[in-house]
Design a protein around this ligand. Structure first.
Ligand SMILES: [Fe+2]
Length: 175
């Protein structure tokens, strides 16, 4: 598979069909399909870096690659120093790192709006992971490296029905 093909209507349709299962976007089959799509995409960093992705100095941008009423696939470009809020998800969230390093910090909620950091990992190019809304899934992603990082995200939400995958934002409290 090539990104050009992935971006063609035909290939997009095939990828989206591969992500559609009878049990929806929380099932084992769905997660397996999402990981397979991500593994293919992170294996072609040169082609992804050549895509006309929006970039924003100091911030991150989300670029919709494909979507339907069940899933959406995004390329996120992380500018140097960019960070998300601390958040969890209302849907399944699978991602793979294409280039650069994304630092992921995991948190544990102590009440409805506050969370304590429990673990920090550097996700290198090639890394693929999935998380489910049933948790644990409170995290923050940052680009602490030099230069942009790019990751691909497959979310179990309709981009026309939801603004993002974020359910709740938390404030960090040191444990
Ligand atoms: Fe997230």
């Amino acid at each position: 598979m090539h990104v050009q093909d992935f971006l063609s209507e035909e290939r997009r349709g095939a990828v989206l069909r591969s992500l559609r299962t009878d049990e929806g976007t929380l099932s084992r089959d769905y997660l397996t399909a999402a990981r397979n799509v991500l593994r293919e995409l992170v294996a072609m960093p040169d082609l992804i870096q050549r895509l006309p992705l929006e970039r924003k100095a100091g911030g991150y941008t989300r670029n919709l690659l494909a979507g339907n009423d069940a899933v959406s696939i995004w390329a996120i470009v992380w500018g140097e120093g960019s960070t998300t809020c601390i958040h969890d998800h209302h849907c399944s969230c699978c991602f793979g790192v294409v280039s650069g390093t994304v630092t992921e910090t995991w948190y544990r909620a102590i009440d409805a709006t506050r969370a304590v950091p429990v673990e920090e990992q550097e996700r290198q190019a090639g890394y693929v992971a999935c998380m489910l809304p049933s948790g644990p899934n409170i995290h923050r992603m940052q680009n602490l490296g030099a230069g942009d990082a790019i990751s691909i995200h497959i979310y179990g939400f309709d981009h026309e029905a939801h603004a993002s995958s974020i359910e709740t934002q938390y404030t960090a409290v040191n444990g």
